[in-house]
Write a protein that binds this ligand. Structure first.
Ligand SMILES: [Zn+2]
Length: 145
């Protein structure tokens, strides 16, 4: 069991954590949240009761946060991607370049994922573009060709 006492501006509260990693992560979150306070620190007590004090996130060193799984490796994406390529008969919708001619084709999000994450798996939001067309398009257009 790891105990942490959080102090900010003369107030304090205690939280228990199952692991040291969870405790340290909690301290980082809390220090980030109160980074504007003048008097802020957290004390971490290990299982043997040894205290360790933190005033700054930098004192906690590197903390690995779980990485989000890569969207472009996901089964769901690979499935809609293949459907889009099949529907386009393996050619760029803009210039007609073909995969069979050695051109790399990209399945493009018409409305970008950054602004329309809800459409990332919507077949109606996908179109097949060759590399140069995709690069030329970037985020400048959002229409279907
Ligand atoms: Zn093209």
């Amino acid at each position: 069991m790891y105990r942490v006492t959080f102090y900010v501006e003369g107030r304090n509260r205690r939280t228990n954590y199952q692991s040291e990693k969870a405790a340290r992560r909690g301290i980082v979150r809390w220090l980030n949240k109160h980074h504007q306070a003048t008097d802020v620190h957290a004390i971490l007590y290990g299982p043997d009761g040894t205290p360790e004090m933190f005033r700054d996130v930098a004192e906690l060193g590197h903390i690995d946060t779980p990485k989000a799984p890569d969207f472009y490796q996901s089964q769901a994406w690979l499935r809609v991607r293949v459907d889009a390529l099949a529907n386009a008969k393996g050619c760029c919708v803009l210039c007609g370049a073909r995969a069979s001619e050695g051109v790399a084709l990209h399945v493009d999000h018409i409305k970008p994922r950054s602004t329309h994450p809800e459409l990332e798996l919507d077949p109606d939001n996908l179109q097949v573009l060759c590399g140069p067309c995709n690069l030329g398009k970037s985020n400048r257009y959002s229409e279907r060709w």
